[in-house]
Ligand binder design. Structure first.
Ligand SMILES: [Zn+2]
Length: 411
């Protein structure tokens, strides 16, 4: 039954309608979690899902579940979905595509009057991006026991507003328990957010897993002093130490094969004044690699470099590991279900690794999980210019729909 396809135009129109909520002047979307814009997107999704015949449930952390019933109501659900929130200056496809693909799959199954044994749930996970409350994947993490509901609700944003109070305010503090029940499997379709599929000229990536990631915070302490009066030979300039560390830490990537990705993206300087020698510099290192042990080896090299530089320059140093996750391998049957669906549809595909974090990585802790990637233009994401082709979104949705049907047991 590979003639069963989604409606590409309807899928595209749904993206256009959703992109209104939080639209930025440059054509992107800024829709932070639990804002009025997030509420508007949630409301429209719920309306559409109800119109498609789905039953809606909302849990205590605001995750939305829209269920297309199966013939066996007692069966554990097959889930699909992603997130509605974006970065402050994000795009029109990151996250929302995974939600709208699930919705379009249900609409297409309705059109074709196709039924399945297990229920299919379309999920909107709360706050995947982590731009507002300090950490990402709040909804999927709470659902899979990574963080308790109480801890999640108590998290606050820069204005001191909590997840719990903001959920109440937008009307999405739901009555359903958070997780704690069996899930048959979870599939998430997402734009790749990188250039690999586009460069390969392929529409589908069967995602094998996600990279290990470690984030370090490096604090260098020197001595503040007058930029005009303190001779160069007497200085303890924290910025000079930071500059050498940052340059050499970046080069560590090229000591390993395949390369890890290493990014210093955040720097704070004290007092951050033109004519004062910096007394303290704090910077972060975001490091990722598909293999946890290789990443640890790269981390040890970076730590050794920072220690060497601080010793040579007579600077104070402290290194904190701010976050770590091991690499995640997705379920072999779920990966195969994606490949099989693409083969049946005649869509060329490749296996690929995820460089980014996703809700599916959390779901993989508690149920068989897999992901489907489609290309995005020039690999650009977390950017207002983020773009994807309608035909690629449709291909990803078709593969998702057939993988869901295979898992849910077509009747
Ligand atoms: Zn995303």
């Amino acid at each position: 039954m590979t003639d069963l396809r989604c409606n590409s135009q309807r899928l595209w129109n749904a993206h256009t309608a959703m992109a209104v909520f939080g639209a930025t002047p440059s054509g992107g979307v800024g829709r932070l979690a639990l804002t009025d814009e997030d509420r508007q997107a949630r409301d429209l999704f719920v309306t559409w899902a109800r119109e498609a015949g789905c039953e809606i449930r909302i849990d205590g952390v605001g995750n939305i579940f829209a269920r297309r019933a199966g013939t066996n109501p007692a069966a554990a659900p097959v889930m699909t979905g992603s997130h509605l929130d974006t970065q402050p200056l994000g795009g029109r496809f990151d996250g929302i595509f995974g939600v709208l693909a699930g919705l379009e799959a249900v609409r297409a199954l309705n059109d074709a009057d196709v039924h399945h044994e297990k229920p299919i749930d379309i999920v909107c996970w709360t706050d995947e991006e982590g731009s507002r409350f300090g950490d990402g994947c709040l909804g999927s993490s709470a659902f899979t026991g990574g963080r308790t509901l109480a801890e999640t609700l108590a998290m606050t944003d820069a204005d001191g507003l909590s997840v719990g109070s903001e959920l109440q305010r937008i009307g999405y503090a739901g009555p359903e328990p958070v997780g704690g029940y069996a899930v048959d499997s979870f599939f998430e379709v997402h734009i790749e957010q990188g250039p690999i599929l586009e460069n390969a000229g392929l529409q589908i990536g069967a995602v094998e897993g996600a990279q290990a990631a470690t984030v370090y915070e490096i604090t260098i302490t020197g001595e503040e002093g007058h930029a005009g009066t303190l001779p160069m030979t007497l200085r303890k300039d924290a910025m000079r130490g930071a500059a050498e560390m940052i340059h050499r830490v970046d080069d560590v990537a090229f000591e390993f094969e395949p390369y890890p990705v290493i990014t210093v993206g955040h720097v704070r300087v004290r007092p951050n004044s033109r004519n004062t020698i910096p007394g303290q510099v704090v910077f972060t290192i975001d490091s990722r690699h598909p293999d946890t042990e290789t990443l640890a080896a790269a981390g040890a090299r970076m730590v050794a470099i920072c220690e060497e530089v601080s010793n040579t320059q007579g600077l104070g140093l402290s290194i904190n590991v701010k976050g770590h996750r091991d690499s995640v391998a997705f379920d072999t049957q779920c990966i195969q279900a994606v490949r099989d669906a693409a083969n049946a549809l005649g869509i060329p595909h490749m296996d690929i690794y995820s460089g980014a974090g996703h809700d599916a990585i959390y779901l993989a802790r508690t149920c068989p999980a897999g992901m489907i990637f489609v290309p995005c233009e020039d690999g650009i994401s977390h950017n207002e210019a983020e773009n994807a082709r309608p035909e690629d979104l449709a291909a990803g949705t078709d593969v998702l729909m057939h993988a869901l049907l295979a898992r849910a047991g077509r009747v």
